[in-house]
Unconditional design. Sequence first.
Length: 590
Amino acid sequence: MRAVRLVLLAAGAALCWVMVDGATRLNAVTGFALLSPLEAWFHYAVALLGISVGLFVWDRRPDSRAGVLMTAGSFAYVLGELNVVFPLSALAVTAGLATMEIGSAIFGHLVLSYPSGRLTSRLERGFVLTAYAFTIVYSIPFLLFDDPRAPHDPDVWECPFCAVPYTHVGWHNLSGTRHTLDEVMFVLVVLFLVLLVRKLVRAAPGARRVVLPLAAVTFLLGTRFAVQVGLFLHGSSTNFWTSPAMFWSETIGVLALSLVLSAGLLWGGAGRGAVADLVVELERTPPGSVRDALARTLGDPSLELALWLPERASYVDREGRPFELPASGAGRAVTVLGAAEAPVAALVHDPVLLERRALLAAAGAAARLALENERLQAELRAQLAELRASRVRIVAAGDEERRRLERDLHDGAQQRLLGLGLALQLARAQLGQEANGAAEILSEADAELRAALDELRELAHGIHPAVLTEQGLGAALETLAERSPVPVTLVEMPEERLPATAEAAAYFLVSEALANVVKYARASRVRVSVLRLHGRVLVEVEDDGVGGADPSRGSGLRGLSDRVQALDGRLELESPAGCGTRVHAEIPCG
């Protein structure tokens, strides 16, 4: 491909030299001041600069179509003037008329797709296709009817050989068609300006900074061109197609495009100072802030950092949560840092940063050690998250097992004992009072059976009360308060149902706290409050007992603390001697 680009550069240089020579000869032979020798040199030197910059961009960024478009547009810019510089050559006239407007469409394509060279929306693609089709349609009438060698009316169209007004049947037939085509051209120019503004408004901050210089130059040129076309359509006699303003605006426009693309390349290769500052900044950057430092260095506030975990063979964010890289065509670019088989991290960023690959690579290399530390911390966070999730699963499995045992006791053992009690009552009734003391034995057995049944019910209630599952936390706590030997006041209860894990944790917290009050506190009253606030359940149990509770001396409070912490909650115990005990817990219930 490099040989192809060298051939194109040589061809462009030769074409521009031929155009300069042809314009100079035309000026000397006809005396028609289309371009002075100095203007011709400047005009085609700028065109050659555009070709050179396009080939340079093509060589440096083969993945981008910007260089190809710049090269093609510059060639079309020169070829579109062949019919004016060589009006006596049929081949030159045909080539010039066929390409007279295609350069504008190519430059429009370049501006709308800059810097990647790829159009990002269906609307832009539709406009560019329409513009290319229009340039073909626009040239057809000229190819059929226009002949620069014949004299024309100088007020109608430019002609260096026009000596006297001349009526050309084909040309007059073309004038109405040309007016219609110019109207369409005016609409396309205005639409192009609208799309250009839309591109700027919708661009990310980093992309906007890159596109803005090129867009500003193009917007000024497009606005001037639209105004002049509008004046021409409304009958202005100004022949702006060959006016000095048209010449200088076109020439300077191509020069500006070339300089902006060159500046874009220089911008893309710059950044050594920024990388040096990044190295210094990373020395004092706390863990978890590497992303912010990279975002400032690369100038992309939207930058996201994905850390690679080899054990999982997947990416996570800095909190250890799974991170999915965006798919191709999602409007985001991905730069992987490190070897492809063993990456360290990936940067998800604005696609415009692909124009600064050197800066991306340098910043990634500078941040390698910090990213390794960040990855280790993310791995620890991921392991901690897995541990928490496993604790939650264990608590949930324990609660489910409690519910199963409660159901089994209620539906199995309790029902069998009730059936046995009925059988004893039937036996006693059939034996009557004169059964040699058997009736008394049956009565004692029935009493023992009833006691065992009560104990079994108490055990089932302690394992997992059915009322908690069926009616919710409020009803379960009311039942618990009624069964407590110490008076319990329920200050506040949630009206709505809570998640099952949160309800179970709150219930067993209150149950264990009331059991401790009965056993150790010697309290006269207990206040219980359960409140749902900002996605958390606040549980508080307060008594007026002797205080001095110590979680380390019993397993009950430790077990409750483990249950609450497994749900990512928090448990506090305040129990000063002689001042009662206060148990406060916060349990997530999002």
